[in-house]
Design a protein around this ligand. Structure first.
Ligand code: HEC
Ligand code: HEC
Length: 339
């Protein structure tokens, strides 16, 4: 009997945590899986999101103290108004105007991703920020020195105490936990597409035509509600790979020029596109798939069918797909005052 009650309780709690758009109006600082999203991959049991933890993470994310000359914050390259992508730079721009090697992707729905970075070199969200902090062309700092600066700061020691309880001093793992709490709550699940998917809103006839085309021609890679199969593919950008992509991690020639299939949520506002930001518009992207795909040994099989390179798409069809992609913009996400 006791067990049954417990079981029912657990089920009820589970239901209570399933909100459509990942927002709980009662407690906006709670991580809520949108009902149509998969289970998160993040290890919340070690680092649950709390209101103060989230706010601390947000403060750190926006603080240039993380860079060597206090000039660059995470938010310099991940800009909220464009779903935390970088609208200005094809390749990211770090301290001392140093140009990076890749385009800064948007940050949304990180809690659901299995691997991070264009080459999948990040295998846990907690370990991604050091990549930027210690990168000579991004923040050019050391974790140890950042921690030292935080400990000497007038506000951070108290804020960390409030979140993580009695601690001797701030350390790198706690700082990374706070950043993850912030990023984990950045869930984007309330676009026009989501409203339609959940039967609560409509899409125009053209948007629906675009969706059908997308499902036929694009969704083998950009699949599911996250719009990525979370795998690595060469989508035919180059023959010579300036950036080896996935092969940088696996050191296998068979992975040369493969990159993580990016989520397409909010894609209409996250230009420029591709790992090196080479395309400025969705028109250019669609034009690439229709007639720009280049042959190479690792090219994805989907892009070389019937002895033809690329994806069969008329100009009208390309436009319809773009109209569909625009329905993936989540205005509530980018205007959420707590983010
Ligand atoms: C100088 C610009 C710059 C700064 C500063 C920066 N990033 Fe990034 N960020 C990038 C770039 C570029 C990538 C992609 C790098 C790659 O794939 O190798 C990236 C990737 C990421 C990713 C992975 C996203 C994904 O979909 O895989 C996360 C998470 C992230 N950054 C968080 C942060 C945090 C947190 C900070 C602050 C500690 C930060 N970034 C600072 C440019 C920057
Ligand atoms: C074979 C797998 C595959 C197929 C099919 C595919 N894509 Fe992609 N797509 C990728 C990969 C991989 C990337 C990233 C490549 C890179 O940056 O080097 C990408 C990147 C993109 C980007 C850039 C996103 C960003 O944030 O920079 C857009 C937009 C896009 N694809 C749209 C589409 C559309 C629309 C279709 C169908 C017409 C499509 N893709 C078909 C694998 C695929």
């Amino acid at each position: 009997m006791k067990q049954t009650i417990l079981f029912v309780l657990v089920i009820l709690m589970g239901l209570a945590c399933q909100k459509d758009d990942g927002n709980d109006p009662e407690n906006p600082y709670q991580f809520v899986r949108p009902s149509h999203f998969p289970e998160p991959t993040y290890t919340f049991e070690n680092n649950p999101v709390t209101e103060n933890g989230f706010k601390l993470g947000k403060k750190i994310f926006n603080d240039p103290i993380l860079s060597i000359d206090n000039s660059i914050a995470c938010s310099s390259c991940h800009v909220k108004s464009v779903a935390f992508a970088d609208p200005q730079h094809r390749l990211s721009l770090g301290v001392f105007e140093r140009v990076g090697i890749r385009n800064a992707p948007g940050i949304a729905n990180m809690a659901f991703m299995k691997e991070f970075l264009w080459d999948g070199g990040g295998i846990h969200l907690d370990f991604v920020p050091p990549n930027a902090i210690e990168n000579p062309v991004e923040m050019n700092e050391t974790l140890a020195h950042v921690v030292q600066k935080l400990n000497a700061h007038s506000e951070y020691p108290d804020l960390f105490q409030e979140v993580f309880g009695p601690i001797d001093s701030i350390n790198a793992p706690l700082m990374l936990y706070a950043l993850s709490q912030y990023m984990n709550l950045l869930v984007s699940a309330n676009s026009a597409y989501d409203q339609f998917y959940l039967g609560k809103g409509s899409l125009t006839a053209n948007q629906q035509k675009g969706m059908k085309l997308f499902e036929e021609k694009c969704a083998s890679c950009h699949s599911g509600v996250l719009f990525t199969n979370q795998d690595y593919r060469n989508n035919g950008l180059d023959t010579v790979f300036m950036d080896e992509g996935r092969a940088r991690i696996t050191e296998w020639d068979g992975d040369l020029g493969k990159f993580k299939v990016p989520s397409l949520r909010n894609v209409a506002i996250t230009a420029p596109y591709m790992h090196d930001g080479r395309f400025n518009t969705l028109e250019e992207v669609l034009d690439h798939y229709a007639q720009g795909v280049i042959m190479s040994p690792t090219l994805a099989s989907e892009l070389q069918q019937n002895n033809k390179l690329g994806i069969d798409l008329t100009t009208d069809e390309q436009q319809l797909i773009i109209e569909f992609l625009q329905t993936l913009t989540d205005w509530e996400f980018i205007s959420n005052p707590i983010f």
